[in-house]
Design a protein around this ligand. Structure first.
Ligand SMILES: *[C@@H]1O[C@H](CO)[C@@H](O)[C@H](O)[C@H]1NC(C)=O
Ligand SMILES: *[C@@H]1O[C@H](CO)[C@@H](O)[C@H](O)[C@H]1NC(C)=O
Ligand SMILES: *[C@@H]1O[C@H](CO)[C@@H](O)[C@H](O)[C@H]1NC(C)=O
Ligand SMILES: *[C@@H]1O[C@H](CO)[C@@H](O)[C@H](O)[C@H]1NC(C)=O
Ligand SMILES: *[C@@H]1O[C@H](CO)[C@@H](O)[C@H](O)[C@H]1NC(C)=O
Ligand SMILES: *[C@@H]1O[C@H](CO)[C@@H](O)[C@H](O)[C@H]1NC(C)=O
Ligand SMILES: *[C@@H]1O[C@H](CO)[C@@H](O)[C@H](O)[C@H]1NC(C)=O
Ligand SMILES: *[C@@H]1O[C@H](CO)[C@@H](O)[C@H](O)[C@H]1NC(C)=O
Length: 483
């Protein structure tokens, strides 16, 4: 590996670096793309491995620029190969940023500033920034920004910074209002994340008064954790985003959702309403929605006529029965784990062939009731090989009756239950059930009452009648009965 010591040494001469931490070398992350350095770590020649990194993370330090250093030529910095710079837990002075800007590597496309502070300090002369930066993505997360940085006097910096930006995140950064000047600066973004800021409704609505403002290219908007209680107030600002395809309004406080007409007619493809205390959803209509996340809410029922839906996430709700799939012809992924389902398939009210249309199903962590009514559900889970039930069998446990609590439902042998009447879907047998020895529930082996478990199935249980353990050993053997 060829090392070039000069850039780093000169960089260090130019910087006043203070850090409380003991000297430690830079370390690479496991995939060898990112080099993580305590600033003091750069003193160590070993740290020069960073010259080959694609991402450089500087952390736990104070970055300032000394007066003496101001005259130094930093042009060699441009020979570094990094395309992403991460500043984590640092205090950065504005003078440091301004000194550095002209010399950032051409390959640098992304800057993340996390858990840090941007200080202005004493007044500084803005350098001339003729061209816009090459940055395409900027993220400020949990960053205290000196408000004066947003003043008009910093416009040359804004022009430089936002010039070619496609993706901007200002997360948990105390953003309270958005003025026209600033909004105009970011009009060409495709991706905007303003999550976890105390932006008010009026603040959002005001930007629609800015003259000739339009976020024509905006595809993705995140307003997670914004204390929204209704979607209606978003109509005004969203009238400026004709191309919006992805809306994240998770972690708000909606309780009852009335899906406003302005959103029904948008070309939305993904909608995230998770973690928002939702108990009811009304008028959820769209001709384009493909992915809907309603997990971590309090829904007791859900039915939807969203014909275009491909992915539906309803984990961590209070559903007592599976949502009807009759109106969801394109659904491929369904997550209903951690609800209150006692069974999946209930006679004809849930059609097995509808479930068979899915590619992925999550339905574990539900309080399954392990009686004869569950046998159709078990049949389906055991026999399907077109649907990938990713949490089966580990997360599918009996909640009742008490004697079966904690038993994996796969290990139940419901041999005393009546053979289910042949239905159209029993013709779909494939995989394990096509083996004649494994047609659980379709052969009546004996007449003992109550379901049994195989010994490996976790909880052993004892009851009054002679203990009858039925060993069910999958493909290899049939059913062996010890009485
Ligand atoms: C942040 O950096 C300071 C030193 O500047 C250090 O003492 C502190 O532990 C760091 N905090 C975290 C969360 O790493
Ligand atoms: C946005 O893009 C348009 C057309 O490409 C361009 O004329 C305009 O200057 C851009 N706005 C900003 C703030 O860069
Ligand atoms: C949301 O409201 C809660 C309670 O009123 C408050 O503690 C929190 O700071 C607010 N969050 C934001 C981002 O405004
Ligand atoms: C919204 O605009 C009105 C006037 O158009 C102004 O009085 C008000 O302060 C603005 N509110 C916010 C939060 O920007
Ligand atoms: C959610 O909003 C309701 C009123 O609409 C309020 O009573 C409740 O405290 C809010 N919850 C949070 C977590 O902000
Ligand atoms: C929805 O938002 C939550 C929390 O903000 C996040 O964890 C989840 O991954 C998002 N869902 C999708 C489908 O992106
Ligand atoms: C099964 O369906 C019947 C009739 O549709 C209903 O009465 C019963 O409550 C359902 N059981 C469950 C567990 O959903
Ligand atoms: C189940 O769905 C299939 C295909 O949509 C249909 O042919 C069949 O009649 C349905 N069966 C019941 C019992 O609803």
């Amino acid at each position: 590996m060829k090392l070039n010591h000069r850039p780093i040494l000169l960089l260090l001469l130019g910087l006043t670096v203070t850090s409380g931490a003991a000297t430690s070398p830079c370390t690479f992350t496991e995939d060898w793309t990112r080099c993580v350095c305590d600033i003091m770590g750069l003193h160590n020649p070993q740290s020069l491995i960073c010259m080959d990194a694609l991402e450089l993370e500087l952390r736990d330090s104070r970055l300032e620029f000394s007066e003496m250093a101001a005259a130094l030529d930093l042009s060699y910095l441009q020979s570094m190969r990094i395309n992403k710079l991460i500043l984590n837990n640092v205090t950065i002075s504005f003078s440091f940023i301004m000194r550095l800007i002209p010399f950032l590597p051409h390959e640098l496309k992304e800057i993340d500033i996390i858990s840090s502070a941007l200080e202005v300090g004493r007044p500084v002369q803005l350098p001339e920034l003729r061209e816009a930066s090459q940055l395409t993505a900027l993220l400020l997360e949990d960053v205290a920004v000196d408000p004066s940085l947003l003043q008009p006097s910093f416009q040359p910096l804004h022009r430089w910074l936002f010039g070619s930006l496609a993706s901007l995140g200002l997360v948990r950064s105390g953003l309270a209002e958005i003025d026209c000047d600033w909004a105009q600066r970011v009009e060409n973004l495709t991706d905007l994340d303003l999550s976890e800021n105390p932006v008010s409704y009026t603040g959002l609505q005001n930007i629609s008064h800015c003259s000739s403002l339009s976020f024509k290219s905006l595809k993705s908007l995140h307003l997670s954790g914004s204390n929204l209680t209704s979607l209606q107030p978003l109509c005004t600002p969203l009238s400026l985003t004709p191309a919006l395809a992805r809306l994240d309004v998770s972690r708000n406080n909606f309780s009852i959702i009335h899906f406003p007409r302005c959103l029904q007619v948008k070309p939305l493809r993904t909608l995230n309403l998770s973690h928002s205390g939702i108990t009811e959803v009304h008028s959820l209509l769209s001709a384009s929605l493909e992915e809907l996340d309603l997990s971590y809410n309090s829904l007791e029922v859900f039915s939807s006529p969203l014909q275009t839906l491909k992915k539906l996430y309803l984990s961590y709700n209070r559903l007592i029965r599976l949502p009807s799939l009759d109106n969801l012809p394109r659904l491929k992924q369904l997550k209903v784990d951690s609800n209150l389902l006692s069974l999946l398939i209930n006679g004809t009210s849930v059609n097995t062939s509808k479930l068979e249309q899915l590619d992925v199903l999550h339905a574990g962590r539900n309080p399954y009731r392990c009686d004869c009514a569950l046998s159709e559900t078990i049949n389906f889970l055991d026999s399907t090989d077109s649907v990938s039930v990713e949490d089966y069998p580990e997360e599918f446990l009996c909640a009742s009756p008490e004697a079966q609590q904690g038993t994996q439902i796969m290990n139940l042998s419901l041999e005393s239950c009546e053979k289910p009447k042949p239905t159209s879907e029993t013709q779909h047998h494939h995989g394990r059930t096509s083996s004649p020895t494994a047609q659980q529930g379709t052969e009546i082996m004996n007449s003992s009452l109550g379901p049994s478990v195989k010994p490996t199935g976790g909880t052993r249980h004892h009851h009054g009648s002679p203990l009858c353990l039925t060993l069910f050993v999958g493909l290899l053997s049939g059913l062996i009965c010890f009485c």
